[in-house]
Design a binder for this molecule. Structure first.
Ligand code: 5GP
Length: 132
């Protein structure tokens, strides 16, 4: 059965899309731990990130760099951090977490509420800043 992320890529489930290319896709996490929390994923479905072929893993990292740069430029962060866990959704992904201040909680167990209109705005801001 297709993963929930594959359904998002295929447009069967809506998302706040940030960017995509032939191999990768980026969208806002629906349960963010900070405003502008993004997930980057390969379009092909593999559960464990360290099972990805070297070329796909390095490509995913470079794609994440491009999106993190856009997050930093558009949201005024001090930097963007990465969390890789993958215990909930069996489709390899990196969490890109905008960090706005040094003591900001940095754990997936602390979700924040972000209104739908703000999610739309965040997705627009970040996606506009992504270099093609
Ligand atoms: P992990 O597998 O690394 O523990 O976390 C999976 C992440 O996927 C969670 O942060 C969760 O909020 C996010 N997530 C799960 N289902 C959906 C969904 O349908 N849409 C979006 N945008 N994010 C999702």
């Amino acid at each position: 059965m297709a993963s929930i992320f594959t359904k998002i890529i295929q447009g069967e489930i809506p998302c706040y899309k940030i960017a995509e290319d032939e191999r990768f896709f980026a969208f806002l996490d629906i349960n963010p731990i900070a405003e502008g929390h993004v997930l980057v994923i390969p379009k092909s479905e593999t559960d464990y990130i360290f099972d990805l072929e070297d070329d796909l893993l390095s490509g995913l990292t470079l794609f994440a760099k491009k999106i993190a740069t856009a997050i930093d430029l558009s949201l005024g962060t001090i930097r963007t951090g990465i969390i890789v866990e993958g215990l909930e959704v069996p489709h390899a992904h990196m969490h890109l977490i905008p960090i706005y201040f040094e003591e900001q909680p940095f754990t997936l167990s602390r979700k924040i509420e972000v209104k739908q209109e703000r999610m739309v705005e965040l997705a627009k801001l970040i996606s506009k800043a992504v270099k093609q």
